[in-house]
Design a protein around this ligand. Structure first.
Ligand SMILES: C[S@@+](CC[C@H](N)C(=O)[O-])C[C@H]1O[C@@H](n2cnc3c(N)ncnc32)[C@H](O)[C@@H]1O
Length: 262
């Protein structure tokens, strides 16, 4: 068999193995990406990124860390998120231009997916982990993606790396969920790291007079209180759950606008 993982000593490529301390920050080879897809999703092409299956992005020079195979927004979800954003963007005045900001950029594939649905848009990403920042910087350069990725905490970068004046702001929020997702209660948007309301407030402090669309990656089950509080702060909002099952359930987006107009 071509799968190197068929040998006796090679572990099953699942969540626990890829996030283990020894493995998580290692660059993984193509056979490992495909083995993870096969072991965890019964699909060697499960880690589709940047509009390509693994063999194709690998051939273009894209490399990922073990943890990224798990943490990245993979293409099928990214496409659904991008499509949802594009439908809201279509309601903006004709000729509008957009800048997309992702404070938790990781692989940049969530950001890249949204940009693919907004022709002419430019992306700004922030990433605090040096190993991920370096990997993604190389990857977006080899793809020629219209993304400026900055290294550091979004709290210090948001005000200094701004969407140019005249562009509408699209803010994508997929922070680490940590223990905010529980089997019993679902996802608590007040307990992500940081809470979504804190991220929205940081954007208001920088873009308080600009039209802005917030795009929050969510789980199909949400703790009602923090969700309602967040929605109350938007002029318009819409919750969409995508018809695509993931390992922990279906994901979706909460879309919310301020000053978006028509
Ligand atoms: C769930 S992953 C995001 C995955 C991303 N959407 C993608 O498509 O690959 C969250 C990322 O946010 C980064 N991060 C966490 N806290 C941050 C902060 N305060 N500022 C900037 N990046 C942060 C983490 O290092 C991690 O790479």
């Amino acid at each position: 068999m071509s799968d190197k993982g068929s040998g006796g000593n090679i572990p099953r490529y699942d969540r626990d193995f890829l996030l283990s301390p020894a493995k998580r920050n290692q660059v993984i080879e193509l056979w490992e990406v495909e083995k993870f897809g096969r072991d965890s999703f019964s699909d060697p092409d499960a880690v589709a990124l940047y509009g390509m299956r693994p063999a194709d992005w690998y051939a273009k020079g894209v490399r990922i860390l073990a943890r990224t195979a798990l943490e990245a927004v993979r293409d099928p979800l990214g496409d659904l998120i991008g499509g949802a954003v594009a439908r809201v963007a279509a309601g903006a005045p004709q000729g509008s231009a957009f800048g997309v900001v992702d404070c938790f950029a990781g692989s940049c594939n969530g950001l890249y997916s949204i940009l693919r649905h907004l022709p002419g848009a430019e992306g700004i990403g922030f990433e605090v982990e040096p190993a991920i920042f370096e990997m993604s910087t190389r990857n977006i350069a080899s793809l020629g993606a219209p993304i400026h990725l900055a290294h550091g905490d979004f709290r210090t970068l948001l005000g200094t790396h701004r969407v140019p004046a005249g562009r509408r702001v699209v803010a994508f929020h997929a922070p680490p969920w940590g223990d905010a997702l529980s089997r019993e209660a679902g996802l608590d948007l007040g307990r992500t790291k940081p809470p979504i309301a804190e991220i929205v407030a940081a954007f208001e402090a920088v873009y308080g007079s600009r039209p802005i669309l917030h795009v929050v990656e969510v789980h199909e089950r949400l703790v009602p209180g923090p969700l309602a509080a967040l929605r109350a702060g938007f002029d318009w909002s819409d919750l969409q759950v995508f018809d695509m099952a993931g390992p922990t359930g279906r994901h979706g987006v909460l879309l919310g606008t301020r000053r978006w107009g028509g």
